[in-house]
Design a protein. Structure first.
Length: 284
């Protein structure tokens, strides 16, 4: 199985990287100690793999870690062992989406901007199935529609304990995905879940004109319960990309705040528009 970068392993790797640089140790020092390659060190410090307990102890000695730092590193190592939230129906995800789903499962808050579709956490089964059918050329044909549906349902089970703030372009509400009946059900569902205290939905109206993220696909920021900075996931057809550079993440977070305060309709106005569009489909 290919090594997967995870949040907790990355925290351990970043901590060890900081200790190494403070101690003035190089990749050559790591190789001399462990007989492992520079690539292995890079993968460890970037959160794809974890050191063994013995290797961790040796590295802490090499880096001159204090007793407090040693305790912190050991706690991070224990935490990293529990990482990689197990995904139900993991095969239903692309490699990029699989990593995202693991991170989402650890998040306490999700802030997302969607230009084209309803965010996955808010999709109905029929709407999601229609999206999958339309994008079948980008899907693994070995993965059944039932597996994909079950994977989405498993993600959505976290909604009651998650703070979700979704900004959706009005175009996504007008696009009749799966036919009028499917879209009417989707809009009604969107209206209903938007009433929940932990879920905020705002619509970017056509009249808002151009805005910063309209040229791309979906963008989602995850916030975690600890002090680690948020991470941003940019989604596109057939894959996605993580943005974890602090300056770039901050740009996205500032842009999100501008969108919700200056561009998008208020949650109440958004709910009214969603209800109006659902009613129009019912009457058509």
């Amino acid at each position: 199985m290919a090594a997967v970068q995870t949040r907790r392993k990355r925290k351990l790797g970043q901590f060890l990287n900081a200790l190494r640089k403070r101690a003035g140790k190089t990749e050559a020092d790591y190789h001399a100690l462990t007989r492992k390659t520079q690539s292995t060190l890079s993968r460890m410090e970037n959160g794809y793999i974890s050191p063994s307990w013995t290797e961790l102890s040796a590295l802490l000695a090499l880096y001159g870690a204090t007793e407090a730092e040693r305790r912190e590193a050991e706690a991070l190592w224990e935490d990293a062992k529990q990482d990689g939230t197990r995904l139900v129906y993991a095969a239903a995800y692309t490699p990029e989406a699989r990593t995202y789903a693991r991170q989402e499962a650890d998040a306490t808050e999700v802030r997302t901007i969607e230009m084209i579709v309803i965010p996955g956490l808010l999709q109905t089964p029929a709407y999601a199935a229609a999206i999958r059918l339309a994008g079948r050329r980008f899907m693994d044909s070995a993965v059944s529609a039932d597996q994909v549906a079950a994977a989405l349902a498993n993600r959505q089970r976290r909604l009651p304990g998650l703070r979700l703030h979704a900004v959706i372009d009005e175009a996504a509400l007008h696009r009749v995905v799966g036919g009028p009946a499917v879209m009417r059900e989707q809009l009604s569902h969107l209206h209903d879940v938007g009433r929940q205290d932990n879920i905020t939905i705002q619509v970017v109206p056509f009249g808002a004109g151009a805005h910063g993220t309209m040229s791309g696909g979906g963008a989602t920021a995850l916030r975690f319960e600890d002090s680690e900075p948020s991470a941003v996931y940019l989604e596109y057809a057939g894959g996605g990309k993580w943005v974890d550079n602090r300056a770039d993440v901050q740009k996205y977070l500032l842009h999100f705040e501008e969108m919700v305060s200056e561009v998008a309709l208020s949650p109440k106005e958004s709910a009214s528009l969603i209800r109006k569009l659902a009613t129009a489909l019912k009457d058509s």
